[in-house]
Write a new protein. Structure first.
Length: 93
């Protein structure tokens, strides 16, 4: 995140291919550190794996926050998964 190559810092995804249709991703987001998931990072990593020929167009992504499904059709990418409320709060201004 703080390397001099990235003067404005950077988000990073660490990808491990578990099998032909399964990948595992860990996320590090600038300013936040490790996070449970990132939709943009998930889709980007899955797209890269697909275009490198490492995975098919349909795969399951294992994240610290749970399982996500990716479907790639030509230039369209679809991300599906369950959602859960993990925090509520308020700010007094």
């Amino acid at each position: 995140e703080n390397d001099s190559c990235f003067p404005e810092r950077v988000n990073v995804e660490f990808v491990n291919i578990l099998g032909p249709e399964d990948i595992k991703i860990l996320f590090w987001e600038k300013g936040s550190g490790a996070t449970l998931a990132c939709g943009t990072g998930t889709v980007a990593a899955a797209s890269l794996c697909y275009h490198l020929g490492l995975t098919p167009e349909k795969l399951t992504v294992h994240t610290p926050g749970g399982l996500l499904n990716i479907l790639i059709r030509a230039d369209d990418l679809f991300l599906t998964g369950t959602v859960a409320l993990i925090f509520t709060g308020s700010v007094n201004i």
